[in-house]
Design a protein around this ligand. Structure first.
Ligand SMILES: *Cc1c(COP(=O)(O)O)cnc(C)c1O
Length: 370
């Protein structure tokens, strides 16, 4: 029998979460962001749950090829654009739309020979200072693109640094409105946090901030972008991935006994612990401390001691019936109905659900279920 760990992608949850974005941004088209292999879910496994999207947004050209291979004929957007001139050949061949964020990418387009002309989104650096043209350089970049026969449509894009937090987006929206004021073209600003928290706010020249397109990533997969201020249930999101395993051993501890490497946990009274078949080599965060939530037979309990490569120890105090073979949910949905969000586990481990979902290791087998 294989080791009992298994990850499940929930097609119905993906569909449901996409619908939540549609309700928040009813007049916009939705790019489903499937970079990082659909945030660790697997593009092929997630596709069925996402096919009601208006477009797929991603980074890697090979991911774009995979989406086309699944039969997707609609828009695909390269969120970082091309990495070298010859990538433009593939854009032409696969009909990819691509972000233009630097003048080198315009130079490459100007030298590109293949028909038909491309659809691009010109990126404004509205304050995040990662990719994009500064506001004072934006119009000149737009004019250069507009003059190219290689380009037939220019959309306008920016990305928020603080849509999930206290600083908010007003300063970046103002920069976008100023830089783009009378430029034609489709607009896209919102990531998951902005879709959920801000999409209905007004935007100059468009009905609202959701604009022509929104770009939804983590919320599709059931992560609350602003956890713990809001939990996934608050936004009506369902986990699209469950990572489950089983108890493979138990130990009865006396007061004073320690657990695992480094003896970081000491029992202060007699207790029973379960050993589960999941460790950091499966992608579970090694930094998750004692007390990180976990479900055993649908009951919330906690990890104790250090996470090791292949095993984690869990407190079975609330579960006198549990033993070898008991279901363990690291995150996602239990067969007993309970849910533990990746957000909660991530918070305990000092990270975000994005990182946990993307980090599920290749040795973990996956299944797809409704
Ligand atoms: C990853 C990404 C998104 C999606 O972000 P979420 O927070 O996961 O919704 C949107 N836009 C760009 C440019 C991105 O790189």
């Amino acid at each position: 029998m294989p080791r009992p760990i298994l990850a499940t992608v929930h097609t119905g949850a993906l569909r449901h979460n996409l619908q939540i974005a549609r309700e928040r941004a009813p007049d916009s088209r939705v790019w489903v962001v499937v970079k990082a292999n659909a945030y660790g879910h697997g593009i092929e496994r997630a596709f069925e749950g996402l096919r009601a999207a208006d477009g797929f947004a991603l980074l890697d050209l090979n991911e774009a090829e995979r989406v086309r291979a699944l039969g997707w004929r609609g828009p695909i957007l390269l969120l970082e654009g091309v990495f070298e001139p010859r990538d433009l050949e593939l854009c032409s061949r696969l009909g990819l739309w691509h972000v233009v964020h630097c003048s080198e990418q315009i130079d490459w387009l100007a030298a590109h020979k293949t028909q038909p002309p491309h659809k691009v989104f010109l990126k404004l650096n509205s304050g995040m200072n990662r990719l994009g043209f500064k506001p004072q350089a934006y119009r000149a970049a737009w004019a250069r693109l507009d003059a190219l026969t290689q380009v037939d449509e220019i959309g306008l894009v920016t990305h928020f640094s603080d849509a999930d937090g206290a600083r908010g987006i007003a300063h970046q929206v103002a920069a976008f409105e100023l830089a783009c004021a009378d430029l034609p073209g489709e607009r896209t600003l919102c990531n998951s946090a902005a879709i959920l928290r801000h999409a209905s706010k007004p935007l100059q020249g468009a009905s609202n901030l959701a604009a022509d397109w929104v770009r939804e990533g983590i919320a599709l997969y059931g992560g609350a972008p602003d956890h713990p201020e809001h939990r996934a249930e608050h936004w009506g999101l369902q986990p699209a991935m469950s990572l489950r395993t089983k108890v493979i051993g138990t130990q009865d501890l006396h007061a004073g006994d320690t657990v695992g490497y480094g003896s970081t946990f000491t029992a202060d009274a007699p207790m029973r612990v379960g050993v589960i078949a999941c460790g950091y080599a499966d992608g579970y965060p090694r930094h998750a401390p004692t007390g990180t939530p976990v479900l055993v037979d649908g009951v919330r309990t906690r990890t104790v001691g250090r996470v090791s490569m292949d095993m984690i120890t869990v407190d079975l105090t609330p579960l006198p019936q549990a033993g070898i073979g008991s279901e363990v949910v690291l995150w996602g949905r239990s067969n007993h109905g309970a849910v533990l969000t990746a957000d909660e586990v991530a918070q305990s481990a000092g990270t975000i659900s994005y990182e946990l979902l993307c980090a599920v290791a290749p040795r973990v087998p996956f299944e797809v279920s409704e």
